[in-house]
Write a protein that binds this ligand. Structure first.
Ligand code: AMP
Ligand code: MG
Length: 407
């Protein structure tokens, strides 16, 4: 039995970041950039108006007031999208809409609300003074040409998609989505929707794995329940290993007479790197690899499988996708926590802010078969081994469940 820390080192050492590929911007959501993206031009690209109004020379309207307007000659109009090839002389103004280029000679914009309006004839009354640069968006004030806009290894979200399209990118280089095969083993498992016979239970792990795999951003290429039958398991596993980057199974890795998984994986050429980790729940964790696949065998108890996925598989998928692996946070216990003497103990819990400190309390349902312990949880609490239970006020690590919020 090896420690959780050692197991993490062994596993992360085997993880390779995926190759990259070019995808269309509108297909890149949730993927991770495999290149630094730079600004191809300064932003704004040219001086332009921040308001609908009139481009002016500020020196011409120094004393303009509502009861003492300055009258300027209107020599034209520039809508957004226009080249703006007009030059302004002394005593002149130009209609200039939001986003339109500032004409030569002008150094400020007066909002239309501070004038007699667009339809006041060949002259316009200006009711407010201006300073150089007023209501002008300056070329390059947001970002200069060549600056890194979005750094490599950034996950693509609405902010990145919007920014990349602003700079004209239609395709970007991203890391390939890891392909996962999901397996639940057990003769007792029945699909929800069908009646249960004595001794049978409904399969839940495959549903949990499916949802987690989608949330972390993997592509599910195979998923099935397979009975505790050597040939059926071998068929599923051999097919899966041909196609997937990661195989994640639940059940069949413990000490039962029908726990065949390790033996079949060995027959199929998978190298076992670890089996049994000093953790509760989930001690009989299995991890193996081939040159093309990583294989996780999580124990079948629903809490072991769920927490096991979050602790062991989620960070691996993040790393393969090119993300920085998410880190645990420190939190202060508000309740006692059943620390284990030689095993790292994980429990679902609820984290909150209290007096600007992150505090947490574990679920009171301690059993690894009790999946309802996950229902209100927004985190998984982790305690290193040690003597006696942890007390309120003691510090623990927590892993926030990314789809939940801190209350
Ligand atoms: P195993 O790891 O195969 O020994 O299974 C441990 C416990 O988890 C047993 O009580 C199984 O019935 C239960 N179990 C295994 N797979 C699942 C599953 N897919 N959904 C719900 N419970 C399961
Ligand atoms: Mg089983």
């Amino acid at each position: 039995m090896i420690s959780v820390e050692k197991a993490h080192m062994i596993i992360l050492d085997k993880v390779k970041i995926q190759d990259s590929k070019k995808v269309k911007l509108d297909e890149s959501s949730g993927m991770v950039l495999a290149e630094d993206i730079t600004a191809l031009f300064p932003m704004p690209r040219f001086d332009n108006s921040a308001m609908d109004g009139f481009a002016v020379r500020s020196v011409d309207i120094i004393d303009a007031k509502k009861d003492n307007p300055v009258i300027l000659k209107m020599i034209g109009g520039i809508p957004a999208g226009d080249k703006g090839d007009i030059t302004l002389g002394q005593g002149e103004c130009v209609q200039c809409m939001t986003g339109a280029p500032i004409p030569k000679g002008a150094d400020a914009v007066v909002m239309v609300e501070d004038t007699s309006g667009y339809n006041s004839g060949p002259t316009v009354q200006i009711f407010l003074d201006a300073y150089t640069g007023k209501h002008i968006r300056r070329k390059g004030e947001e970002i200069s040409e060549g600056e890194v806009l979005v750094a490599k290894n950034t996950k693509i979200t609405p902010a990145e998609i919007g920014t990349l399209s602003t700079f004209g990118y239609s395709k970007v280089s991203v890391y390939r989505t890891p392909k996962v095969a999901l397996l639940s083993t057990g003769d007792e498992l029945v699909k929800p929707g069908q009646p249960l016979k004595t001794g049978q239970i409904y399969n839940s792990n495959l549903f949990v794995f499916t949802d987690l795999a989608k949330r972390v951003g993997a592509e599910i290429i195979m998923d099935d329940i397979v009975g505790d039958n050597h040939q059926d398991l071998r068929d599923f596993l051999s097919k899966a290993l041909l196609k997937c980057d990661i195989l994640i199974s639940s059940g069949g890795v413990s000490m039962g007479t029908h726990d065949y998984l390790r033996e079949i994986l060995e027959e199929l050429g998978v190298k076992e790197h670890l089996w049994k980790v000093a953790q509760k729940p989930g001690k009989p964790l299995y991890f193996g690899s081939t040159p093309d696949n990583l294989i996780f065998g999580l124990p079948g108890n629903p809490v072991s499988s769920f927490i096991g996925f979050m602790e062991w598989v989620w960070p691996v998928i993040e790393k393969m996708m090119g993300l920085n692996v998410s880190h645990a946070l420190n939190a202060i216990l508000t309740e006692t926590f059943p620390r284990e003497q030689v095993k790292t103990r994980f429990l679902f819990g609820i984290a909150k802010w209290k007096d600007s400190r992150l505090v947490c309390a574990p679920s009171l349902k301690f059993g690894s078969h009790m999946l309802t312990s996950s229902l209100k949880a927004n985190c998984i609490i982790k305690s290193d081994p040690g003597n006696g239970p942890l007390k309120p006020g003691d510090q623990v690590k927590i892993r926030l469940l990314p789809w939940k919020q801190i209350l």
